[in-house]
Design a protein. Structure first.
Length: 433
């Protein structure tokens, strides 16, 4: 089936204050032609000396025909959790928080972000453990109960779903993404992938492609987080006699800023964070570690301080490019590091977002900084957006050599073989036959 583009759909590509794909002289907007201009620009950006990506929850969300095939973003997750249901807060918990803490679970701040609600609850937990106020302590049970419920709820969403059964749509997208990265010039540093997601989509895609990666963990029987592994590179030996080495082309660094569903806190080592199969987590063990200022223990120092140090250190390097997808700029601690990078003259920020969104995105737009590129709007079809992860991969990321060959073969099949066969079948037989 050939995909057709709706001529009434258009997107924007803001470079500073100018839309680089806007129609000129009254010409109709050509979506595919505009997409080609974005690909050309991204081709240059992908060859920057230091290339980083920031992938948010939108990258693991994929709705097709009204069905969620991946993991809902934080806003739908919050709405589902806070709605009346067995997995969410019950009436007694709501009453205890409102009566003793003056905390409204229905506030807009938490209705659209489950992580923000979790941070607030952890903050209450930290205070209540140290408070002698009788009224405050009456809400202790409700706070602890809700923390457990949210942890179980998010974990379940990251483990269970169509993607865990027989649907590979989301993992296929990630595979396409990583497949296009492996053709980066081998003389350039390997790309870094930073993500705020807890899920294992990246790891699954990389494993299926056979692409080696560093995620900060070392070991075999017990894989534990050791930040020094981010200093390592993977190389192949070219000459056994002269000990010549060359960096392996297909290698990426993966840095999960908010933790992962297969990380647990486990003592008995200098490195307390251990990586396990997600489905084998014991009941009562914390599978995800939430980065909140109130969490004063060893895991606050590691891995989070190490992970954010890597993020900050990579994007402030000379000639760095940060490409953002699936992230709505809702995390202040992440945003602040990006803002700091914007003080570096050679830094470039390329964000796939709804260009007319408010908040941080509007502030970025109002800067009219030519180093800031904002791409988004309508996708090629009615059920897509230009800033969706799927559109970013299929339409905007430059094709790899292998993709170009596949495209050429499909064109031969479509234009020569299939059309040729149809044309020959339609021709009337000659009297000479």
């Amino acid at each position: 089936m050939v995909e057709t583009t709706n001529p009434n759909r258009q997107f924007t590509f803001l470079k500073g204050g100018e839309d680089a794909v806007a129609s000129r002289d009254g010409d109709a907007f050509d979506w595919e032609k505009a997409a080609s201009r974005v690909r050309e620009s991204l081709h240059d950006a992908l060859n920057a000396k230091h290339l980083c990506f920031l992938l948010g929850s939108g990258c693991s969300s994929l709705v097709m025909n009204g069905s969620q095939l991946g993991i809902p973003t934080m806003a739908p997750l919050a709405k589902e959790f806070l709605s009346a249901g067995p997995a969410g807060p019950d009436a007694d918990e709501r009453k205890a928080l409102a009566t003793y803490l003056g905390f409204d679970l229905g506030a807009d701040e938490y209705a659209g972000n489950l992580e923000r609600l979790m941070e607030a609850l952890y903050s209450f937990q930290f205070v209540l453990k140290r408070s002698s106020n009788e009224n405050f302590t009456k809400s202790n049970g409700a706070v602890n109960s809700l923390i457990k419920k949210i942890t179980a709820f998010i974990t379940g969403k990251c483990i269970n779903g169509p993607f865990a059964l027989d649907d590979t749509s989301v993992v296929d997208l990630y595979q396409s993404f990583y497949r296009k990265l492996v053709y980066r010039d081998r003389t350039l540093p390997r790309p870094w992938i930073f993500t705020t997601n807890y899920d294992l989509m990246s790891e699954t895609a990389l494993d299926r492609l056979g692409i080696p990666y560093c995620n900060g963990f070392s070991g075999t029987i017990e894989r534990r987080f050791n930040p020094t592994t981010y200093r390592y590179a993977l190389a192949e030996q070219l000459d056994l006699s002269n000990r010549k080495w060359a960096a392996v082309d297909s290698f990426v660094y993966l840095c999960k800023l908010h933790g992962s569903i297969n990380w647990i806190e486990d003592g008995g080592s200098l490195f307390p964070i251990r990586e396990i199969p997600a489905v084998t987590a014991e009941s009562g063990k914390r599978v995800m570690i939430y980065p909140t200022p109130m969490k004063q223990n060893a895991s606050f120092g590691s891995p989070y301080s190490d992970l954010f140090r890597e993020f900050q250190g990579r994007i402030v390097r000379d000639q760095s490019v940060l490409i953002v997808a699936g992230y709505s700029f809702g995390d202040e601690h992440v945003n602040n590091l990006i803002f700091q990078a914007l003080t570096i003259p050679t830094f470039r920020l390329i964000a796939f977002v709804q260009p007319d969104a408010e908040g941080v995105i509007r502030k970025l737009r109002d800067l009219k900084d030519p180093r800031i590129w904002l791409i988004g709007g309508d996708g090629p079809t009615d059920d897509t957006k230009a800033h969706y992860f799927s559109t970013f991969i299929d339409k905007f990321l430059p094709e790899t050599p292998a993709d170009k060959v596949d495209t050429a073969i499909r064109k031969v099949l479509q234009d020569l073989i299939i059309k040729g066969a149809t044309s020959n079948a339609a021709e009337p037989e000659s009297d000479d036959d």
